[in-house]
Design a protein around this ligand. Structure first.
Ligand code: FAD
Length: 429
């Protein structure tokens, strides 16, 4: 049995950020990961909003090896029906200049890079070992157990991702809510050198991201397509309930998505390099678990820190920030020899002061708002029907746009419903 200051479970972004923050202050830190290498078990679409990583590693994009893929300067948000797409296409040249807005990333590159930073700061890597249990004494967490091995520590940081089995053992943590449990599925497809630039009309290291809703039919969630250096990431996140209703597997749903006429032409000829899927808990503010207990802290998606606003899908910057703050709070508790819940409480207040809990609170109505089936059926249908008729001209005497508008939503959603849904999405209900 060995004793350390801090044990971190999970070398994803939250775990490695926590281990780095604690180790650089001279604490003895173990970073435990079930994958043989960081990044072998993590699933993510791969759009990283830059700010949180930049706070820890300014100008990280200049490093060799470079942990990121493309600086995203074009964001396309599309409402899909089986044969149509109505898109909002936002290009911003400032997004591909320092300090940047978001990068596409591949976790198989990013995770080993940031875990390497933690190791260089002194964290001891223990990879290829799944942590089975927490060790408790008089209800206080005092370490971790893997098989017959035990590692003791003043503070355990749980950063095990969304399938948070160890954190779930906490009786105060709410069980999974079937209405907000989602699934995520993703592929990485390879293209010949230079093809990503040609196909997406990209210059240098700039990139494009697509976010979609409305297709496949009956699937309540969204799709994404991100350009990497020489690959494309494509996938979906959607509610488990809608998957069960469809009676399909998540892989079948992804294959259907890839056949959409807008998407399939972007993926043409891509060779499959990676395939992954996992659970996602989108409970948000309403279902935050206790983040601090006697001897432990919970960070990243183990704590459900994930925010989908429709425009942006964010978990990685939340993981990095919460991980860093957990590591810093562990340092304070170890130095003051008070790793109790009270001694670790500065973690919760640091999260309250950061974007993590401010944004989760501000968007607290969103997980419920996104359960609205009209977002995935009626609204894409209304908007694309209107645009179809607005652009289509066959000489038969097209009605005025006002009439087209009322014909497009008639029978699909009332004006009152529309206003109510708009209010709910704007967070006022
Ligand atoms: C399909 C999909 C698309 C997404 N797209 C985006 C996106 O575009 N942008 C964005 O910001 N977020 C996105 N997210 C969310 C984002 O991926 C997560 O919020 C983020 O990865 C959370 O990081 P984490 O470090 O908390 O957990 P993870 O990245 O899940 O890391 C957890 C680590 O813990 C390890 N682990 C788990 N249990 C144990 C154990 N018992 N013992 C040892 N090790 C263990 C795992 O192997 C893993 O390495 C997406 C999620 C999904 C599923």
């Amino acid at each position: 049995m060995e004793k350390f200051d801090v044990v971190v479970v999970g070398a994803g972004l939250a775990g490695s950020a926590a281990a780095y923050a604690a180790a650089r202050e001279g604490l003895q830190v173990v970073l435990a990961e079930r994958g043989t290498q960081p990044g072998t078990k993590t699933v993510s679409g791969g759009l990283l909003y830059t700010h949180a990583l930049g706070r820890m590693f300014p100008e990280f994009w200049r490093e060799t090896p470079c942990p990121v893929e493309r600086a995203i300067d074009r964001n396309v948000l599309s409402l899909l029906t089986p044969t149509r797409a109505a898109s909002l296409d936002y290009f911003d040249a400032a997004y591909s200049q320092p300090p940047f807005n978001a990068f596409s990333v591949l976790r198989s590159r990013l995770d080993p890079w940031i875990a390497g930073k933690a190791e260089a700061a002194g964290a001891v890597p223990v990879y290829g070992i799944k942590i089975d249990n927490l060790v408790r004494e008089s209800n206080r967490v005092v370490g971790i157990r893997a098989g017959d091995d035990e590692i003791r520590a003043d503070v355990v940081i749980l950063a095990e991702g969304s399938n948070a089995i160890l954190s779930r053992g906490n009786p105060a943590k709410p069980g999974p809510d079937p209405h907000v449990v989602g699934v995520g599925v993703k592929q990485v497809l390879g293209l010949p050198p230079g093809e990503v630039e040609r196909r997406f009309q990209l210059r240098g290291m700039a990139g494009t991201q697509y976010t979609t809703i409305g297709y496949p039919a009956g699937i309540e969630g969204g799709g994404f397509l991100y350009t990497n250096r020489e690959t494309i990431s494509v996938g979906l996140i959607f509610s488990m309930e809608s998957l069960v209703r469809r009676g399909a597997s998540m892989f079948e749903v992804l294959e259907e998505y890839k056949q959409h006429p807008l998407i399939s032409r972007l993926l043409e000829g891509g060779s499959l390099l990676e395939y992954s899927g996992c659970f996602v808990e989108e409970g948000g503010w309403e279902r935050l678990p206790p983040l601090v207990g006697d001897g432990y802290l919970v960070a990243g998606s183990a704590a459900g820190l994930f925010l989908n606003t429709g425009f942006t899908l964010r978990g990685m910057d939340f993981a990095l920030e919460s991980g860093r703050l957990a590591g810093e709070s562990a340092v304070r508790a170890v130095r003051s020899k008070n790793p109790t819940a009270a001694g670790l409480a500065s973690y919760r207040s640091a999260l309250e002061d950061s974007f993590v809990l401010k944004e989760l609170r501000a968007f607290r109505g969103y997980p419920r708002a996104f359960q609205n089936p009209r977002l995935y059926g009626a609204y894409p249908d209304i908007v694309t029907s209107l645009l179809h008729r607005a652009f289509f001209t066959d000489g038969s005497g097209r009605p005025h746009l006002r009439k087209l508008l009322s014909e497009s939503y008639r029978g699909k959603a009332s004006f009152l419903r529309l206003a109510r849904d708009a209010l709910q999405l704007s967070g006022t209900l």
